[in-house]
Design a protein around this ligand. Structure first.
Ligand code: 4NP
Length: 153
């Protein structure tokens, strides 16, 4: 089993979007029994919350299930449980290092570093542009699945 965890600041906009999108890709490749997907926040602000309505709307637009998306906070133990811990931006990655106590570990990544963009995923909580974020998260998720295929083959 391969465990993948997406991480952002609030776990209501970007990382639940990535969780749903990546789970959809995994399901379409018939890999649901081999790859498990989750998401978490670096903050404690939205523990137990449903995703932001903008994230729910964009997932609905692209016909991707939002089932089971509930806010939670990243813990130190997540470092042991997950094989890929993927932050949405540089500050997420810094906070992941702090919470897990594992700076610069290769299993901790920034999503768009896997693409040609090599930049932060813009936070639609502030930009209001859920479409832009969706397109970038989608590219990142495709690149991540390719990386997993390469590394696990
Ligand atoms: P996310 O966006 O990290 O993509 O979930 C945010 C969600 C909530 C807040 C900030 C960013 N907030 O300040 O509550």
């Amino acid at each position: 089993m391969i465990n993948v965890l997406f991480v952002c600041l609030g776990n209501i906009c970007r990382s639940p979007m990535a969780e749903a999108l990546f789970r959809d890709l995994v399901k379409k490749e018939d890999l649901a029994d081999q790859i498990k997907v989750d998401s978490a926040a670096t903050s404690s602000w939205h523990i137990g919350s449903a995703p932001h309505k903008g994230t729910l709307a964009i997932l609905k637009k692209y016909n991707i299930s939002a089932n089971g998306l509930v806010g939670r906070q990243l813990t130190k133990r997540d470092f042991e449980k997950f094989d890929y811990i993927v932050g949405m931006d540089e500050s997420n990655v810094k906070n992941i290092f702090e919470i897990t106590g594992k700076p610069k570990h290769p299993k901790i990544l920034r999503l768009l570093d896997l693409t040609e963009h090599k930049k932060d995923v813009p936070d639609p909580y502030y930009t209001g542009d859920f479409e832009e974020t969706y397109q970038l998260v989608s590219e990142g998720c495709i690149a991540l699945l390719e990386k997993i295929h390469t590394e696990q083959s």
